[in-house]
Design a protein around this ligand. Structure first.
Ligand code: PHE
Length: 424
């Protein structure tokens, strides 16, 4: 078990279901683009290792499985790290051709303004049944007929790679090139339609805030890039050009046929995608810090309403930040000083995510980011030292000096107690 109570206490929050919460509004906006899909919005976050990893073909040594990345409740049970954990179960139920899942997901990760150990994903999938097609139509024709039903758009989409590639992004043996071209077209058009809907809502918000020129000067630019996931092939990611950079917003691909076979629906084939709701909501509302989603401050919550057009978030005043450094030596590796012994347990044991977690546990949402600023290896002993800079800032008030000093002192002490480091 490596799951602190602060993480468990997020489970009942279900932000994606809170009326008028920006994550719930973002969810509804996307759901409105997938009309006949079945929605699953209350799936419980505790899942088996089998659901989260094995059923999706994650290799036994995949980093995602490690205790540094995933919250375990016991050796067979985790807090889901992605909504894909439910794919096999939903395919097995075989209730609808398309579905959407929105849910909280949990990952041990860095601390900064766009990462939080609990966040929300939306997953979607659409499948077709080879058997249930009428005699007159081929599967390909049937899928292309569905592609034609998706609203068209006129945005600038970059798609430089072939739909599949024998080495980089292979077809599965059981799929023909024509089938994959048709499914990929349905997938890409469906997701482009979502992005256009979000961008239109965001531009109206910008216009309402008097920033018309910003959205007029910069037409929406998106591009498809090749990707890899253990449970899809070929796979792609969609990126949006945002504030001078390409931002990855979703991963997707053609579902591996093994998953369908194991779920008892070997005749079905299709696509799946997964996107981060926080990331989309941050774009949509210009929300500057991911911690805000967890705020219960009415100055935050009162700015969102599902019945009204999207309006830009107006930050309440930015309270001062205060940074403090902590430097420490990793646990010494007794006999390994000569560097010959490879079996010493430290410093291999050290993982940055453990520092992040101690910071979260001690400081809660009063920590804005934690960054490695210096790293040093003693030339003689080979011992390693790190210096981390912690930025303390409340989103709701000014912290007093005493308070930050006290937080930082507790942080330092917990690093010693929990990770066995030696402060410098
Ligand atoms: N589950 C993947 C992730 O969390 C996203 C994904 C979903 C990719 C479905 C492909 C298909 O990164």
């Amino acid at each position: 078990m490596n799951t602190p109570s602060t993480i468990l206490s997020a489970i009942p929050r279900r932000l994606h279901l809170q009326p008028d919460h920006p994550l719930a509004i973002t969810r509804q906006l996307i759901e409105s683009r997938f009309l006949d899909y079945k929605h699953h919005n209350t799936l419980f976050p505790v899942v088996t290792v089998k659901q989260n990893f094995d059923s999706l073909g994650f290799p036994a040594d995949h980093v995602g499985r490690s205790r540094t990345d995933t919250y375990y409740l016991n050796k067979d049970t985790v807090l889901r790290t992605h909504t894909s954990a439910h794919q096999a179960d939903i395919f097995r139920k075989n209730e609808s051709a398309g579905y959407l899942i929105s849910a909280d997901v949990y990952r041990r990760d860095a601390i900064d303004r766009s990462h939080y150990p609990v966040f929300h994903q939306m997953e979607g999938a659409r499948t077709w049944d080879r058997e249930s097609l009428g005699q007159s139509k081929s599967l390909e024709e049937a899928i292309w007929a569905d592609v034609a039903k998706i609203p068209t758009h006129s945005i600038n989409v970059g798609d430089p790679n072939p739909t599949f590639h024998p080495e980089r992004n292979p077809l599965q043996e059981c799929h023909s090139a024509g089938e994959v071209e048709a499914i990929a077209a349905h997938l890409k058009r469906s997701l482009e339609d979502v992005v256009v809907a979000i961008f239109n809502a965001a531009s109206s918000a910008a216009a309402a805030a008097g920033e018309i020129s910003a959205s007029q000067d910069e037409p929406l630019k998106v591009r498809w890039v090749e990707a890899y996931f253990p449970f899809t092939s070929p796979s792609w990611e969609l990126e949006i050009f945002w504030q001078d950079d390409w931002l990855e917003v979703l991963g997707c691909g053609i579902i591996k046929q093994d998953i369908m076979d194991n779920a008892g629906v070997p005749n079905r084939l299709g696509w799946a995608f997964g996107l981060g709701l926080e990331r989309i909501a941050m774009l949509l509302y210009s929300i500057p810090d991911i911690r805000l989603f967890w705020s219960t401050d009415p100055r935050f919550l009162s700015q969102f309403s599902s019945g009204e057009p999207i309006r830009r978030f107006v930050p309440f005043s930015k309270y001062p930040a205060c940074f403090k450094d902590v430097s420490f030596w990793l646990r010494s590796t007794s006999s390994a000083a000569g560097g010959l012994s490879r079996n010493a347990s430290s410093p291999v044991d050290f993982h940055e995510n453990d520092v992040m977690e101690v910071a979260r546990e001690v400081c809660g949402d009063l920590v804005e980011d934690v960054r490695l600023v210096d790293e040093f290896t003693h030339p003689k002993t080979g011992r390693k030292s790190f210096c981390y800079r912690t930025n303390y800032r409340s989103l709701e008030r000014t912290l007093t000096n005493e308070e930050t000093n006290e937080l930082h002192e507790r942080f330092r002490q917990q690093l010693v107690d929990k990770l066995g480091v030696e402060l410098r």
